[in-house]
Ligand binder design. Sequence first.
Ligand SMILES: [Zn+2]
Length: 218
Amino acid sequence: MTHTDVNQADVKQADVKQADANETAAKTSGRRALIVVDVQRDFCEGGSLAVAGGRAVASRISELLAGQHGYSRVVATRDHHIDPGGHFSDNPDFVDSWPRHCVVGTPGAEFTEELTFDDFDAIFDKGEYTAAYSGFEGAEGDGTGLRQWLAGAGVTTVEICGIATDHCVRATALDAVKAGLDTTVLVDLTAAVDPSSISETLDELAAAGVSFRGRLPG
Ligand SMILES: [Zn+2]
C-alpha cells in the first residue's frame, strides 16, 4: 500500500464519519424551524402601519438565512386582510384598531424587499375577515394550519422573528408554547410597535415559557 492509498483510505474514513455525524445531527436537531412573522411592506418604514426598525430587521433575517442557518424548515406568516372589520379604523387606537394595512392584492401586503430570502417551505396567511395576530391562526393555500403543518414536518422546536415584537410575534410565540413547542424569540430580529412597553411583553412571554436570544435593538 502506498502512502497515497493510505491517505485516500483515511479521507474516506473521515467522509464516512462526517456523514454519520450529519445524520445524527439531523435526527437530534433537524426538527427546528424558523417562523418569520409578517415582514411585510406595510409594517416597515414607508408603509401604512410602519414599525421603526422593520427594514433593518428584514435585512438581518436575510443575513441569517443567507448562510448555513441550520433550520430544517423555514416558514413565513403574512397579515392578509380582505375585510377584517374593526381591525381597521379611520381613528385607530394602535392597540385593537389600526390603519388599513396588508390588504390582499396591494403592494403593502408583499414582503419588504429587504427580505431577500425566497425559499420558504410554507407561507401562512391570516386575517382575511377578522383580526389575526398569531401565525397559528393562519393557513397555507390548501388550508393547512401552522400547528398541523409543523407537526407533520416533525418540528418540535421553533424560533420566531419578525414584526411586531409586541403584537404578532408575541401572539405567535404564546400559541407556539400552547402547541407544546420549545419556543425561542430571536429578540434582535424583531421590531416593536411600542418599544417603551417591550419589557412587559418579554416578561409575559417568559412567564409563559418562551425563551429568548439576542437583545432588542436600539
Ligand atoms: Zn392586521
